[in-house]
Each structure stands twice: as structure tokens, then as C-alpha cells.
Design a protein around this ligand. Structure first.
Ligand SMILES: Nc1ncnc2c1ncn2[C@@H]1O[C@H](COP(=O)(O)OP(=O)(O)OP(=O)(O)O)[C@@H](O)[C@H]1O
Length: 312
């Protein structure tokens, strides 16, 4: 329990008789970076707004650090930093002044925190420029800097990478990794592109039409997307031994459904088929598999759409 930051059970939000969050069950553990991935309109912002106390659920429960009454949640939210949708900035004020306005309005003591936050997000040299001259990436970083003003333990960011150029994407990714590694900050960050958070998040939550369709770790995602030859035989154990011996490889895995995955010899499928046949093994299926990250996501989303259509 001590390591759980957020827990949602059956969280549902209904707008005009339509559920935009549909019985969401979700757990966020301390010290991890969660990528919250879903297409436009999937319900990401709605979930983050409820977490931040900017909106309320129609049904279900939310707890933060094990507390769930409305008053307790408000108290616990002081331990959170949030950037939801585009950060509200005053264009004619400098970065420093924008942060000062936010610091005062949130009653955060100590002006020195501003310089610390500007340094963290790499804006210390531009703190005196009016924000109207800032690039989108600089605005996003300033928004994150504002979210960091209360030195949060848990940071939630809604699409901080959206619309950034590749250099801007790299900056935000490395900032998130830094905050997580150096300060042990738990981060929940949304995106509509799985690839954007790859190598940044350690956990991925896929949401589609208000429902969580999958949760998986980075290594599970890698495993799913790694290119391999998928081999189906009537005798997987013998096939495994034969391949190991003849190909002199350990890059093999027997999956729970009995399929063998071979991560080598990808451009030589015919040789693999021949070796198995020479060993007297009956091959019932053999093909190259493995998705790109986006293919994987779209396949999951497509499957979820199909399943919800079938259920109706
Ligand atoms: N205040 C509201 N009134 C009615 N419908 C709303 C409201 N806010 C959100 N919605 C609807 O809820 C659904 C989920 O929206 P949400 O903004 O949470 O999705 P999202 O995953 O964050 O997508 P995006 O990246 O487009 O913001 C959408 O269909 C949206 O139109």
C-alpha cells in the first residue's frame, strides 16, 4: 500500500449520457514513469482532470496515497504537480514573472524555488524574456517548471510532447527521465503516440474509448514488438532443442501458447524450415512477426474496437 500513489476503481465519467471514461481501474506505483497512451478523444485528459481535482467522476473511486474522501484528496493533491492541456501563460510577462504569479496564487513559500525550477527545465538563461517570444517547446518546459513549483512527488502531464519538433521531444523526454531518476518522482504522462514515450516510460497504459485496453511494462512491450520468426510445431520441445543445436543460438523462446520465437536468422526463414524438417519435426506454421510500436498500438485499438462492436 505504501508504494501506491494512485488507485482508481470503476472510475466512470458520463458526458451527455455517453461514458467518456468507462469503469477505469488503474494503479500508479511510486517511482515509475507511466505512459498513458490513447488516440484523440480516448479519455486521457478527462482522467487526468479528475485526478487533478479539476473535474469529478460520475461513478467509481479514486484514491491518492491511500486516501479517498473529497477533503483528503484535496490535501493529498498538494503533493502533486500538474500540467493539463496547454499551460496558461501570460505572454507579456517573462518566464520568471509567470512563475512568480503561479507561486503566489498557489501560496507556495520561498521565491528561490523559481530559480531552481527554471534551472531544472533548462530555462535559466531565458528567464528574462517575455513568454510571447518562446517556442512551443520552451512554453511546454515552462509549463512543466510551473508544475514543479511545489516540489511534487507525483507529476501528471497531459501531452507535453504534442506538436514539438524532434529536438523538443528529446528535451522533454530527458527532463522526465532526470526528474524520475534524481528525485524519484512518479510521473503519469499522456500522449497519443506510443513511440513518443518509448524509452521514457517504464509502464504503458493503453486507453481507447474510455476503457483501459492494456497495461504492460517496457520489457513486455519490447518483447511484443521484437522482430522474430514465429514457429508452430507439433513438438515444440524437440524443435527448440534442434534449433539451439543446429543454429548455435540461445536467441529462442517458447511462448505460453506453444509457439517458438526465434530472434535470429530473420532473413533466412527457408534455412530454419529446412533444419526443422531435417530433424523430423512437423512444422505447422512459420512466419516473420513483430510490430512497429505504432502497428502494435493500432492492432490493440482495432481489436478493442472490434470486441466492443461484437459485445453490443
Ligand atoms: N466538457 C465536456 N463536455 C462534453 N464532452 C466532453 C467534455 N470534455 C470531454 N468530452 C468528450 O470526452 C471524450 C474524451 O475527451 P478527452 O479530452 O478526455 O480525450 P483525450 O484522450 O484527452 O483526447 P485529446 O488528445 O483529443 O484531448 C471526447 O469525446 C470529448 O469530446
Amino acid at each position: 500500500m505504501g508504494s501506491t500513489v494512485l488507485e482508481a476503481h470503476g472510475l466512470t465519467k458520463i458526458f451527455r449520457h455517453t461514458p467518456v471514461l468507462d469503469h477505469v481501474d488503474l494503479t500508479v506505483e511510486k517511482g515509475k514513469i507511466y505512459g498513458f497512451i490513447g488516440q484523440n478523444g480516448a479519455g486521457k485528459t478527462t482522467f487526468l482532470r479528475i485526478t487533478a481535482g479539476l473535474s469529478f467522476a460520475s461513478k467509481g473511486t479514486l484514491s491518492l496515497w491511500g486516501r479517498q474522501s473529497r477533503a483528503d484528496l484535496q490535501e493529498q493533491r498538494k503533493r502533486m504537480g500538474c500540467m493539463i492541456e496547454t499551460p496558461a501563460l501570460y505572454p507579456n510577462l517573462t518566464a520568471f514573472q509567470n512563475m512568480e504569479v503561479q507561486r503566489l496564487s498557489r501560496g507556495i513559500p520561498g521565491k528561490s524555488i523559481i530559480a531552481d525550477c527554471l534551472r531544472l527545465v533548462g530555462l535559466e538563461d531565458t528567464a528574462k524574456k517575455p513568454v510571447r517570444n518562446f517556442s512551443l517547446g520552451m512554453r511546454q518546459r515552462l509549463g512543466i517548471g510551473i508544475a514543479l513549483l511545489n516540489t511534487p512527488e507525483f507529476l501528471i502531464l497531459d501531452e507535453p510532447i504534442n506538436g514539438l519538433d524532434p529536438a523538443g521531444i528529446v528535451e522533454i523526454r530527458s527532463l522526465l527521465r532526470h526528474l524520475n531518476k534524481e528525485y524519484g518522482m512518479t510521473i503519469l504522462v499522456s500522449s497519443h503516440i506510443l513511440e513518443e514515450l518509448y524509452q521514457t516510460a517504464s509502464q504503458f497504459i493503453l486507453i481507447h474509448k474510455g476503457r483501459i485496453i492494456e497495461e504492460l511494462s517496457d520489457s513486455q512491450l519490447n518483447e511484443q514488438c521484437k522482430r522474430h520468426i514465429a514457429i508452430k510445431t507439433t513438438n515444440p520441445q524437440s524443435a527448440l532443442l534442434a534449433l539451439e543445436k543446429k543454429l548455435h543460438t540461445e536467441q529462442l523462446r517458447l511462448m505460453p501458447d506453444g509457439t517458438i520465437r526465434l530472434y535470429e536468422s530473420l532473413d533466412d526463414v527457408e534455412t530454419v524450415a529446412r533444419l526443422l524438417s531435417e530433424s523430423g519435426i512437423l512444422v505447422t506454421g512459420l512466419n516473420l512477426s513483430g510490430d512497429t510500436l505504432e502497428d502494435y498500438f493500432l492492432r490493440k485499438v482495432g481489436k478493442a474496437s472490434h470486441e466492443s462492436t461484437v459485445q453490443v
